[in-house]
Each structure stands twice: as C-alpha cells, then as structure tokens.
Design a binder for this molecule. Structure first.
Ligand SMILES: CC(C)(COP(=O)(O)OP(=O)(O)OC[C@H]1O[C@@H](n2cnc3c(N)ncnc32)[C@H](O)[C@@H]1OP(=O)(O)O)[C@@H](O)C(=O)NCCC(=O)NCCS
Length: 156
C-alpha cells in the first residue's frame, strides 16, 4: 500500500537518491533539511518503507486584526517521482495531497513554477486545473544557458 507521510531528516538521503536521478540541476540535501526545519509542508510517498517520491509546499501567512495567522497563498516548491514509478498516478496523488494541505491551511491559491520544456509536469498541472498566469525569463539553469519558467496558479 502506498502512503503519504511527512518527510523527516532521516529520509533526506533517499530523497536525494531520487533527486539526483530525476533532476538535471538537483537541490542539495541542505535545502531539504532547511525546508523541514523551517516547517514547510514536506511529504514522501512510501511503499513498504521505500520512498517513491516527494512533494514540498510552503504556505504564506498574513496577519490581520482578527486572525493572527491566516494564510492565503501556497507555493509548491518541488515534486518528484522515482523514474521507475512514473506514469502510475503517483505524481497526481502527491499533487492532490499538497492541494488538500493548502486548503487545510486556509490558502485560496496554489502557485508553482515549471520549466518551459517540462511537458510531463505541465500536463499534470493543467489536468488538475492549474492555469498559466505568468512567465519568468531565465529562471532556471539549463544546459547551455538559462530557461524560462511558466508560473501556474490553481485558485480555489
Ligand atoms: C512530473 C512528475 C512528478 C509526474 O509524476 P508521475 O507520477 O509520472 O505522473 P502521473 O502518473 O501521476 O501522471 C499524471 C498526469 O501527468 C501527465 N503526465 C505524466 N507523465 C507524462 C508523460 N510522460 N507524458 C505526458 N503526460 C504526462 C499526464 O497528464 C498524466 O495523466 P494521465 O496518466 O491521465 O495521462 C514526474 O514525471 C517527475 O518526477 N518528473 C521529474 C521531476 C519534475 O519534473 N518535477 C516537476 C518539477 S515542476
């Protein structure tokens, strides 16, 4: 059975093993460690104690006179599925979980950036209702230069 549970510091080694295979420009282990430490919403997909993928979300908080910490904007920071387990619905499962977490934390929009060339991820996001709301020029490092990011939003 595949479960989604919170990512812990002890998971980072296995997370990095996936990260280094699927990402051309991988995050470092210290970035993952910091995301956990600062309290971002960090999750792993697990089956029989094997990590199959992971997703990270941050939710921005605003303060006003009535509600001490009401969040209204969430950002998906990363999403990866082990290459041997892609195209089996796991990416969608993690995205649905992250979207639900954002709703639980009173967000009314979820934003993310995706490489212009990342057709698989783009297809997943648009299938879930995300819409393109912007483009950041030269946002990502890329082989031979930089690559633009599309900014996508899912508004509840
Ligand atoms: C993007 C990623 C997370 C998708 O995970 P996944 O588990 O393979 O995706 P799913 O099986 O849940 O697919 C969900 C939908 O995504 C789209 N999709 C996924 N892989 C696709 C592919 N190879 N070609 C076209 N569409 C694809 C489809 O719309 C698919 O729906 P369908 O199965 O009904 O056609 C995975 O490919 C990955 O880890 N890529 C490398 C890291 C990355 O690019 N992360 C995103 C950074 S913004």
């Amino acid at each position: 059975m595949i479960v989604i549970r919170t990512m812990q510091q002890k998971d980072i080694e296995k997370v990095m093993a996936i990260e280094q295979v699927v990402c051309e420009f991988p995050w470092t282990s210290s970035i993952y460690s910091d995301c956990i430490k600062v309290g971002y919403s960090c999750w792993v997909l697990e089956e029989k104690q094997e990590i199959l993928g992971y997703g990270l979300l941050s939710v921005g908080a605003i303060a006003d006179g009535l509600m001490a910490a009401a969040a209204n904007e969430a950002h998906i920071l990363n999403l990866c599925v082990h290459p041997d387990r892609q195209h089996q619905g796991l990416g969608r499962k993690m995205m649905q979980h992250l979207i639900q977490q954002a709703k639980n934390l009173y967000a009314n929009s979820v934003y993310l950036e995706v490489r212009l060339s990342n057709k698989n991820a783009f297809a997943l996001y648009t299938q879930l209702g995300f819409e393109v709301v912007g483009r950041r020029k030269d946002y990502y490092p890329a082989a031979g230069g930089r690559e633009d990011a599309l900014v996508l939003e899912l508004h509840f």
